[in-house]
Design a protein around this ligand. Sequence first.
Ligand code: NDP
Length: 312
Amino acid sequence: MSARKLDGKAIRDSVLADVASGVEAAVRHGVRPGLAAVLVGDDPASRIYVRNKVRACDRIGAYSETIRLPSETATDRLLALVQELNDRDDIDGILVQLPLPGHIDSRRVLAAVSPDKDVDGFHPVNVGRLASGQEGLKPCTPRGLIEILKRSRIPIAGSRAVVVGRSNIVGKPAALLLLAEHATVTICHSRTPDLPSVCRQADILVAAVGRPAMLTREYIREGAVVLDVGINRLVDAAEVDRLLAHAPARLRRFRRTGSALVGDVHPGHVREIASAYTPVPGGVGPLTVAMLMSNTLLAACRRLPENGRSSA
Ligand code: NDP
């Protein structure tokens, strides 16, 4: 029996449709959510990420602004810009695209963003709010995982969840969000002994490792739900042939383009053993920008008259 493929693009579209309705309602109350994206230097991947975020703002009817600074920008200049954006009433979300050039003190810059405008959810105040169960902006990719489960009607409460990876941007917040949804959560990392047997206990298995197809059949319990956060670009033909043997269309695309994306979970094994899984690409990835839009709307709600602040 082949597992149910959880279609991240369809779920993203339904999240964005809901966010767009929320934006429309906010605009009726005089509040147009606004996102400022700060891009330092000319890293091509960062430019594409920012462009996609700006397009998503257009799609939901939010205001957006991209501020481009040269790569030699000093930390103090960036801190002053963040302060200006913190002070602006028409900007609800501030996104400093990472990575910043090496000479910039990234930690100081991120900590300077007002926690209420921290739409990436990385500010220590928001990390503390998440850990202590208080309201706050939460990281986008982990929020996307919860959204996938909920919109696919996969129960979280009472389930046993195993998260492989303990990074601050994915693994740890994903575990905290699953815990807040009443899963029983185990977090694993590179020092976890006998990882396959720990993973095999999972009803919900989250892979956020950054190692192509590391979670093979021995890591997956029959009938588990598997969420694959990993994004790994492969160029080695023998490896791609081995991992995508079940997917001739993807092999043909690899022959044309010279690269293929795979997650941290073995793409052939997961569909034989899991009950449901997110593919790579097209699973968890599309949700990240959608949840950024959702966070921008949530941040803007602070300006609604019923929340006690006048709108800009
Ligand atoms: P990090 O490199 O920050 O963290 C990787 C984690 O995996 C670490 O906790 C590490 O353990 C653990 N790990 C590494 N090797 C092993 C191993 N052999 N066994 C068990 N655990 C191991 O990565 P990120 O969390 O930032 O990203 C993870 C993946 O998710 C990447 O592929 C990234 O590209 C992708 N990603 C996708 C996003 C999306 O939108 N879909 C967004 C963000 C990331 P330890 O702490 O012990 O070193």
